[in-house]
Ligand binder design. Structure first.
Ligand code: COA
Length: 170
């Protein structure tokens, strides 16, 4: 009998920055896949706060002791990167119904471009339903408390940019 191939999923995103929601999703996905590649996009419609290199470094720090998770930058089309990587699954998180339209559109467009690649969705843990990278940055910039919403490695970088939370809403 053939030895089963390890199942790799590519988890793409801007990750500007990675939040606890992303971290939890990657770890949960390890129950389904053997290996997760966190693929950090250079090309995104957003204007990221952190450079591609900073985003990749931060995420590598977060998963440093987790050999089944790797972190790589990617350029150009996601489907091309997934194919080059020898994978056939794109992993995405879904937080609420509001994510659905956008995710559906991306999944269909990606499938149109490469029929051998499937998109797989995991529901975000309810604890992280309300957070996004944008909302965390907004609170950090204004001096609010966001402790616990991002890994400590990310919190450190946000504090370097915006200073410590002012403690007002503790
Ligand atoms: N927990 C917390 N937040 C989550 C989350 C979770 N589990 N899942 C998603 N989010 C947040 C993200 O932080 C992000 O927040 P933000 O808008 O405040 O930055 C948002 O939900 C998702 O943003 P979205 O724009 O859908 O995706 P993305 O930024 O994560 O990544 C790419 C988009 C990179 C995958 C897409 O642009 C891409 O594939 N680019 C490459 C070029 C390409 O192939 N384009 C064609 C695509 S069809």
């Amino acid at each position: 009998m053939d030895t089963p191939q390890p199942r790799t999923a590519v988890y793409p995103g801007t990750f500007d920055p990675l939040t606890m929601g992303h971290r939890s999703l990657v770890r949960r996905a390890l129950k389904v896949f053997d290996h997760i590649v966190v693929a950090v996009a250079e090309q995104t419609p957003k204007q990221p706060l952190f450079s591609l290199e900073e985003r990749v470094d931060m995420i590598r720090e977060v998963f440093v002791n987790e050999p089944r998770i790797s972190v790589e930058p990617f350029h150009g089309l996601l489907v091309d990167y997934v194919a080059e990587r020898g994978a056939s699954v794109i992993l995405r998180g879904m937080r609420a119904v509001s994510d659905f339209d956008h995710e559906f559109q991306m999944a269909l467009m990606n499938r149109r471009m490469n029929k051998d690649i499937e998109s797989v969705f995991l529901m975000t843990d309810f604890k992280w339903l309300y957070i996004s990278s944008t909302i965390v940055k907004e609170v950090a910039k204004a001096g609010g408390d966001y402790e616990g919403l991002v890994p400590v490695q990310v919190m450190r970088r946000l504090q370097e940019r915006f200073g410590p939370p002012n403690g007002r809403n503790k």
